[in-house]
Design a protein around this ligand. Structure first.
Ligand code: FAD
Length: 285
């Protein structure tokens, strides 16, 4: 973990692009509240295959123009062409965007063709070739390994490919087991990788939704957490209170262990993320 301790700590939040005006208003209200945790950037996800293209643009433009905090669009390359990605990079360049979260994405159901990029390392290399050092490039990391990984060693080596292609820092998939993160970072250090690897944090507010997400993305909910959450049934207050305890404790352990910041999957809600940051003493009035 020694390499991680050298990096300044960075806190950030992630939103998804809503598909209604009302949803967009809620996102902007959440963004206002989240300013209290002094985020370094707000990122906005992008539907693989371009399904949220215009809505991601709209959210990014509004964040960049009105919050005084950097907006960082996610960009996926699956089912894309070089010309299409070039066009998007041009738009972001013109808008003064300086940070991009570069991903492969998952092939949307019904689509068969991968397009002109097969893996995220190819997207990172393309962004560097097209735009030089203009963008700070974030990539994804998987402390509990990517669900399609053919071996744990190969998964870490594939992560290394993205770093060698020009990634500046990484954000992890969420996890509730700090050891998986510390081990992953140690594996990266052994390969000579020295970039900030920021833990992705998913607040716990809704057990059914969390269980569904976790099954899809390969994140494990440890049995002792799952059993407790199940025992609360429909008692949402109890789920939130327990979730706050567990996740704030996880964050504290990660920061004490040298993690270079935290990236919150906010689900477009300020409350759960702010409650964690308040516990950690990271908010201002
Ligand atoms: P890659 O790094 O390409 O890895 C995918 C798989 O291929 C891994 O199993 C890896 O081991 C393997 N692999 C990688 N490179 C090679 C290679 N050169 N040769 C052989 N095998 C290789 N999805 C969205 O659709 N939109 C988003 O906005 C979005 N944001 C995300 C943000 C974060 C922080 C994270 C952690 C995930 C996000 N995702 C998003 C999900 C992500 O798109 C999926 O997890 C996807 O399956 C993998 O994307 P990747 O960029 O990690 O892919």
């Amino acid at each position: 973990m020694d390499s991680q301790k050298r990096h300044p700590k960075i806190f950030s939040c992630e939103f998804f692009p809503p598909n209604t005006d009302e949803g967009m208003r809620k996102l902007f209200a959440a963004r206002e509240e989240l300013m209290r945790m002094r985020p370094a950037f707000f990122s906005v996800t992008y539907g693989a295959g371009g399904s949220t293209r215009e809505r991601t643009f709209q959210a990014i433009q509004a964040i960049q123009a009105h919050s005084g905090v950097d907006a960082a669009p996610h960009l996926t390359c699956v089912a894309s062409t070089r010309a299409g990605i070039r066009e998007i990079l041009d738009i972001y360049h013109t808008q003064g965007i300086h940070r991009i979260v570069a991903l492969r994405g998952d092939l949307p159901s019904g689509m068969r063709e991968f397009g002109e990029f097969r893996y995220a390392n190819e997207l990172v290399a393309f962004i560097r070739a097209e735009t030089g050092d203009h963008f700070h490039i974030e990539v994804a990391a998987y402390p509990e390994f990517h669900p399609q990984a053919t071996s744990t060693e190969r998964d870490v080596l594939n992560f290394k490919r993205k770093v060698e292609a020009g990634a500046n820092s990484a954000i992890t998939q969420y996890f509730y087991n700090s050891d998986s993160y510390f081990r992953f970072v140690d594996d990266c250090e052994k390969l000579g990788l020295d970039l900030p690897i920021v833990p992705g944090i998913m607040p716990i507010t809704n057990f059914t939704q969390l269980a569904r997400f976790s099954d899809n993305c390969g994140a494990e909910i440890p049995r002792w957490i799952r059993k407790r959450l199940e025992s609360f049934g429909d008692d949402r207050d109890a789920i939130r209170a327990y979730g706050l305890d567990v996740v704030a404790d996880l964050c504290q352990r990660l920061l004490d262990g040298g993690a270079p910041g935290l990236h919150f999957y906010t689900m477009n809600q300020a409350g759960p993320t702010l409650a964690i940051c308040e516990r950690l003493g990271l908010t201002r009035k």
